[in-house]
Design a protein around this ligand. Structure first.
Ligand code: DC
Length: 226
């Protein structure tokens, strides 16, 4: 590794996306949103008429994806896929479901391995995902595993969607979250489990600010300030 890496793994809705972005901003480090890569692999499959069960087909699309992660003038993330802005599209429930399906294919995970590692550049990297600490950056000096109860994660997602005027049922969201957790945790390759040396933080009763402060304290103590 040519730069320090802070890995943040955990299930959907644990707050890790927001927290990773905040931390990368505070430290002025690079950010790897690995979930977005699986979402894009699923999207590439749909757009090219490749079945999401076709492991080799999706893997081949995943190795040749033209992806750019950018920020607009207000600091909001912008994801360009073959120069098309797909920032909103890839956050849909369908894309999340597709991502979880293609993420269970070993060929697809292998195809994205080197690409993910290439995000590790000075001055440092915050890597957000499910297997950052266990598979992609096993030597990272600081690993965090962020969890929250399924009910709390469903409540958070419900509020997010309501704020965007998207109509959903809380019960259906909870069911989706539990189904996706079970698939992500039980798959044969890179299951969602904390690394042995990860700090586990339960954010069920903690605000984003509190979790960020806890991780900053860990980073300053373990990796150093600056
Ligand atoms: O974090 P997210 O919701 O954008 O992730 C979408 C899906 O991708 C999720 O179901 C699990 C999968 N994923 C994975 O298997 N490994 C990663 N490092 C990141 C995401």
């Amino acid at each position: 590794m040519n730069a320090p890496v802070l890995t943040i793994d955990g299930p959907s809705g644990s707050g890790k996306g927001t927290i990773s972005r905040r931390l990368a901003g505070l430290f002025e480090w690079h950010l790897l949103d690995s979930g977005a890569l699986y979402r894009l692999a699923g999207l590439a499959g749909r757009r090219n008429g490749v079945s999401l069960e076709d492991a080799r087909g999706i893997a081949s699309l995943a190795t040749s994806m033209d992806v750019k992660f950018e920020e607009d003038a207000e600091g909001n993330e912008r994801i360009l896929f073959s120069d098309e802005d797909v920032t909103r599209d890839i956050r849909s429930e369908t894309c999340g479901e597709d991502a979880s399906r293609v993420a269970s294919l070993p060929e697809v995970r292998e195809a994205l391995f080197a690409f993910q590692q290439s995000f590790c550049r000075p001055p440092g990297l915050v890597a957000d995902g499910r297997d950052m600490g266990t598979q992609i950056f096993p030597d990272a000096p600081l690993k965090v595993f962020l969890t929250a109860s399924a009910q709390e994660r469903a409540d958070r997602r419900y509020k997010q969607l309501k704020d965007k005027d998207i109509d959903v049922s809380l019960a259906a969201l909870l069911q989706d979250i539990e189904r996706r957790d079970a698939r992500d945790a039980s798959r044969a390759v890179a299951p969602l489990v904390p690394a042995d040396d990860a700090y586990v933080i339960d954010s069920t009763n903690q605000s984003i600010d509190e979790v960020v402060a806890e991780v900053v304290e860990l980073k300053n103590r373990i990796i150093g300030i600056g």
